[in-house]
Design a protein around this ligand. Structure first.
Ligand SMILES: CC(C)(COP(=O)(O)OP(=O)(O)OC[C@H]1O[C@@H](n2cnc3c(N)ncnc32)[C@H](O)[C@@H]1OP(=O)(O)O)[C@@H](O)C(=O)NCCC(=O)NCCS
Length: 144
């Protein structure tokens, strides 16, 4: 059975393993300081938030998200990170994590939950095409 809930102090090591795998998936590197900072902010739970998915008590999936204002609607919720452990994929864990973020954001009267993915991420897009709507926007950025 899959259970979704907030991350507790005891989840720290398992969370970092999953977050590190997510960062590696996108071929990025983070300093230990950034992992420590993220964990602090999730435990603080004021500006950034996290949920974890467990199967038989083992943390197998994580998602990170936050609310921001919108110029043209009520606040919106940005789902920044989503990762599930390789061995349990295809069992609906990510789907449940997204649904839990939607419940969380709805309870806080957000207008929508949205997220991005790389266009080549076919596996993720199979799920996203089922649970969300691709409005066709593309992302630009300038590194500062
Ligand atoms: C993308 C990712 C989060 C999906 O996690 P997951 O727990 O396997 O997803 P789910 O089991 O909830 O997927 C549900 C749906 O997606 C599809 N799907 C997901 N993974 C699939 C796979 N490997 N093969 C076939 N279909 C798959 C299924 O059709 C499934 O639909 P169904 O529920 O109607 O059967 C996971 O593969 C992952 O962590 N990938 C690496 C990191 C990543 O890409 N994160 C997202 C970045 S934006």
């Amino acid at each position: 059975m899959i259970t979704i809930g907030k991350l507790a102090p005891g989840d720290r090591a398992a969370w970092e393993t999953l977050f590190r795998a997510y960062i590696a998936f996108y071929k990025r590197m983070l300093t230990q300081e950034m992992y420590d900072r993220a964990w602090r902010l999730f435990q603080d739970d004021r500006h950034m938030h996290a949920l974890g998915a467990k199967i038989d008590g083992r943390l197998v999936g994580i998602t990170h998200f936050f609310i921001h204002p919108s110029t043209s609607s009520a606040d919106v919720c940005y789902l920044q990170d989503l990762f599930t452990a390789e061995g349990i994929r295809g069992q609906g864990v990510a789907r449940q994590l997204i649904a839990a973020v939607c419940d969380w954001a709805k309870a806080r009267e957000c207008a929508r939950v949205y997220w991005m993915t790389h266009e080549s991420n076919a596996t993720a897009r199979r799920l996203y095409d089922k649970v969300g709507e691709n409005r066709g926007f593309i992302r630009y950025q300038i590194e500062l």
